[in-house]
Unconditional design. Structure first.
Length: 148
């Protein structure tokens, strides 16, 4: 499997708070805009829905409180693992978290060539968006009118 790692981002929330926002899959559905929730179901350990015509599901395979959550595919068209990392920042920044993501998708050579860079870009955008929201800013590329 190829591994893709996002950039590291300093999120303006302590590790335990950020971790808890991802620990319960139901809370992820609650954060989706109303029009994106259709067909998305979740329980504490898993979330399922349709993304661009593909049925996709993930489930938590491991929780290391306040430092790491590992997700694996659950009904996806290919196998993958996603690790969310919530690392404490150096002393003096107790209210901040060094957040980053690793993805290990089981893709053949052709698929890696076709979408590998898109995976990396998407991971970096997720980290950038989370950093922006934690600082009270709108993430780049998000239209504020969609929240009205």
């Amino acid at each position: 499997m190829a591994q893709y790692t996002s950039k590291h981002g300093i999120v303006s929330r302590p590790p335990y708070e950020l971790y808890m926002g991802f620990a319960d899959m139901r809370s992820l559905v609650e954060r989706l805009p109303e029009d994106k929730r259709t067909g998305v179901t979740a329980d504490f350990d898993s979330i399922h829905g349709n993304f661009k015509g593909f049925d996709l599901g993930v489930k938590v395979s491991e929780r290391r409180p306040y430092s790491r959550i590992e997700l694996v595919d659950d009904g996806a068209p290919f196998h993958f693992t996603v690790s969310l990392h919530f690392d404490a920042t150096p002393a003096g920044d107790a209210g901040k978290t060094d957040f980053w993501i690793e993805v290990d998708p089981d893709l053949n050579f052709f698929m890696r060539q076709m979408i590998g860079s898109k995976i990396s870009d998407a991971l970096d955008k997720i980290v950038d968006g989370l950093v922006a929201v934690s600082e009270g800013r709108m993430p780049e590329g998000v239209d504020p009118s969609m929240f009205k």
